[in-house]
Ligand binder design. Structure first.
Ligand SMILES: *[C@@H]1O[C@H](CO)[C@@H](O)[C@H](O)[C@H]1NC(C)=O
Ligand SMILES: *[C@@H]1O[C@H](CO)[C@@H](O)[C@H](O)[C@H]1NC(C)=O
Ligand SMILES: *[C@@H]1O[C@H](CO)[C@@H](O)[C@H](O)[C@H]1NC(C)=O
Length: 536
C-alpha cells in the first residue's frame, strides 16, 4: 500500500477520534477541533482514560474472582449440610455452628463491604474527574465544530461525502474509511445545524454503506428506516415534500406501525400551515474567488507590462551582504513579496517551544466595538510572543532589516495553529475604525511567517488580487495594508484557506504606522489615485 500516504491517515485519525469522543461528553467548552495541538492533547486524554479503565476492569475482575470463590466454598458447605447430613445434625456440631456464625458475622459482612464500597469504582471516578479537570473534556460543541469543519472542506475543496467516506481525498485513496454509523452521525449533526442538503448527502452515503455492508449488522432494517426517516425530513425541509412522502411510504409499507406514521402526519400538518419558501443562501461574491484560489487556480491575467521577478537582494541591509535575501515578487501594486528561507528549522522550533509555554487560546476575531468574539469565521488557536527572548530579538531585527520599519510600532508576534478545517475567511488586517489604544496609527504592514508546511490546503489567498500562496516553512510574506497616504488599501483583503490535511502554523507581526514617519514618509500625492481602478 505504498501509494497511501501516512499523513492522510492522521487526518482521519483525528476526525475519527473526534467522533468517538462523542460518547464521552462532559461539561467543558474545550474547543478541541480548532487546532492539531489540542487534538493531540485529546489523544493523551483518551490514553489516560483507557489506562484507568484497564485498571478498573482488572480490579473488578479480581474482586469478582474473590466473590466467586467464596460463593463456591459456601455452596459446598451447604451441599454438605443439606444433602449429606440432616440440617439439625449439621448445626448441632459445634465446629459447623461456629463456622456458620463466623461466615455470617465476618465473611459475608466483609464481602458486603467490598461490594458496596467498591474501591476500584471510586478510584476510577477520581481518576476520570482528575483527567477532565487537568485537560478539559470535549463536548457536543466540539463535535459540531468538527462537523462544521467537514462542511467547510467540502465547500471549499469541492469534496463529495461519497469520496470522503471512502477515504478519497483529492483523488487519492487514503488509509481510512468511515463506517455507516459515522456517516450517520455526521448527517445528524448537519441536520441539527439545519444544513439539510449536506445532511442528506451524508445520510445517502450512510445508507449506501449500510445496505452494501458485508458485515452482519444487528437491526439493519431498523437503522435503514431510521435513515430513511431522516432523509424524508431533510427532503421536506428542502422543499421536496413529494420525496419525503415517498420515503415515508416505503417504510410504512413494510412496517405500518413505524413512527414514520407520526412523522408523515406532522409533515402534512406543516405543509398545510405554511407556504414557506426555502431560502437558498447565495454565495457572497468573493466566494468564487476564494474557492478557486484555495484550490490553487489563478485566473489567466492580461499582460499589463508589469512582470514579476525572483531575485537575490544583498543591498537592502548590511545583514544581507553575506546571505542575500531570496525575494519572490508575487504582486506589484500593492506589493506582496515572499522572502524565502528567512527562518531555519531550529529557529522555528524555538519559536514554537516558546509559544507552547504560553497557553494557546482559540483565536477571536476583532469585533465591531473592539470586543473579541469567537467565530466560525476564524478557526485556530493562538498565542502572543514578545521580543525579549534571543530568538524573538533576532526575529525582530529581521523584520526591521527587511521592512525598514521601526519595531517600536510592532505588535507582539501572534503565533497561530490551524488544525484540520481551520481557516480564516477574507478579512483585512487594518482596523480602519476603533484603532487599539496601545498603538499609534493603523496596521501599516503585515509580516506573516510560515512556521510549518501543510500537506494539503491552507493557502494564503488575496481574493481581489488573484494571488494564492501555499505555505512554505521558513518563508515570510510581507505586504502593506495602507497606502502611502495612510488610507487603508482595500485590495489587501486576504484569507487563510481551510487546512485539508495536516497542521498550519504561522506567526504574524503587525506594524503600526505611528512610529514610521521617517521610515516610509507619506508622499505628497498618495498612491490612491494610481490604483483607483482597483478600489471598491
Ligand atoms: C466539483 O466536482 C464535481 C465532480 O465531483 C465536478 O463535476 C464539478 O464541476 C466541480 N465543481 C467545481 C466548482 O469545481
Ligand atoms: C475576483 O477576482 C477577480 C480577478 O482577480 C477580480 O477582478 C475581482 O474583483 C474579484 N472579486 C472579488 C469580489 O473580490
Ligand atoms: C515577555 O514574555 C515573557 C513570557 O511570556 C514574560 O515572562 C515577560 O515578562 C514578557 N516581557 C515583557 C517586557 O512583556
Amino acid at each position: 500500500m505504498s501509494h497511501r500516504s501516512r499523513c492522510m491517515f492522521s487526518f482521519w485519525q483525528l476526525v475519527l477520534l473526534f467522533l468517538r469522543v462523542l460518547l464521552l461528553t462532559g461539561g467543558s467548552n474545550g474547543e478541541f477541533y480548532s487546532s492539531v495541538d489540542t487534538m493531540q492533547a485529546l489523544a493523551y486524554v483518551e490514553k489516560e482514560i483507557l489506562d484507568a479503565t484497564h485498571v478498573y476492569v482488572k480490579a473488578q475482575e479480581e474482586q469478582l474472582n474473590l466473590y466467586r470463590n467464596f460463593v463456591a466454598q459456601v455452596k459446598r458447605e451447604h451441599a454438605m449440610a443439606i444433602d449429606e447430613m440432616q440440617l439439625e445434625e449439621y448445626v448441632g456440631h459445634p465446629l459447623h455452628a461456629f463456622r456458620l456464625l463466623k461466615r455470617m458475622v465476618t465473611d459475608w459482612n466483609g464481602l458486603h463491604e467490598l461490594m458496596v464500597n467498591n474501591q476500584a469504582r471510586e478510584d476510577y471516578h477520581q481518576k476520570i474527574d482528575q483527567v477532565a479537570k487537568d485537560f478539559g473534556y470535549p463536548d457536543n460543541t466540539d463535535i459540531q465544530g468538527a462537523v462544521k469543519a467537514f462542511n467547510r472542506l467540502q465547500e471549499v475543496y469541492n469534496l463529495t461525502a461519497n469520496h470522503l467516506a471512502d477515504g478519497i481525498i483529492n483523488g487519492k485513496l487514503t488509509e481510512t474509511e468511515l463506517e455507516w454509523r459515522e456517516c450517520f452521525e455526521i448527517g445528524v449533526q448537519l441536520f441539527d445545524l439545519k444544513q439539510y442538503e449536506r445532511s442528506l448527502e451524508w445520510f445517502k452515503v450512510a445508507f449506501r454503506i449500510l445496505v452494501t455492508s458485508s458485515r452482519k449488522v444487528l437491526n439493519r432494517r431498523k437503522f435503514e428506516f431510521e435513515l430513511m426517516e431522516y432523509m424524508a425530513i431533510a427532503n421536506f425541509e428542502l422543499g421536496n415534500a413529494k420525496s419525503a412522502g415517498i420515503l415515508l411510504d416505503q417504510i410504512l409499507k413494510v412496517e405500518p406501525t413505524h413512527s414514520a406514521q407520526q412523522t408523515r402526519k406532522y409533515l402534512l400538518h406543516r405543509e398545510m400551515l405554511s407556504t414557506k419558501k426555502v431560502e437558498v443562501a447565495s454565495d457572497p461574491t468573493w466566494h468564487a474567488n476564494y474557492t478557486r484560489l484555495c484550490q490553487g487556480h489563478r485566473l489567466p491575467e492580461p499582460f499589463t507590462g508589469k512582470s514579476l521577478h525572483c531575485y537575490l537582494d544583498a543591498k537592502r541591509h548590511v545583514s544581507f551582504i553575506l546571505a542575500p535575501l531570496k525575494v519572490e515578487q508575487v504582486h506589484v501594486d500593492p506589493d506582496i513579496n515572499v522572502y524565502h528561507g528567512v527562518l531555519n528549522d531550529a529557529q522555528i522550533e524555538k519559536i514554537l517551544q516558546e509559544s507552547d509555554q504560553n497557553e494557546m487560546m482559540r483565536s477571536a476575531v476583532s469585533g465591531d466595538k473592539g470586543s473579541a468574539t469567537i467565530a466560525d469565521l476564524r478557526v485556530s488557536q493562538q498565542t502572543w510572543l514578545n521580543y525579549s527572548s534571543p530568538i524573538m530579538r533576532s526575529l525582530s531585527n529581521l523584520i526591521s532589516d527587511i521592512s525598514g520599519f521601526d519595531m517600536a510600532g510592532a505588535e507582539q508576534m501572534q503565533v497561530a495553529n490551524y488544525g484540520v478545517g481551520g481557516q480564516y475567511e477574507p478579512h483585512p488586517d487594518y482596523f480602519e475604525v476603533n484603532l487599539p489604544q496601545e498603538f499609534k496609527g493603523d496596521r501599516i504592514s503585515t509580516s506573516m511567517f510560515y512556521l510549518s508546511d501543510v500537506e494539503l490546503g491552507g493557502n494564503t489567498v488575496f481574493i481581489k488580487l488573484n494571488v494564492f500562496l501555499p505555505p512554505i516553512k521558513g518563508a515570510m510574506v510581507m505586504w502593506h495594508n495602507l497606502h502611502y497616504s495612510l488610507d487603508v488599501d482595500r485590495r489587501t483583503i486576504h484569507a487563510g484557506c481551510p487546512v485539508l490535511i495536516g497542521s498550519k502554523r504561522i506567526g504574524n507581526v503587525w506594524m503600526h504606522s505611528g512610529y514610521q514617519e521617517f521610515r516610509r514618509p507619506c508622499l505628497l500625492t498618495c498612491d490612491e489615485e494610481k490604483s483607483s481602478g482597483y478600489r471598491d
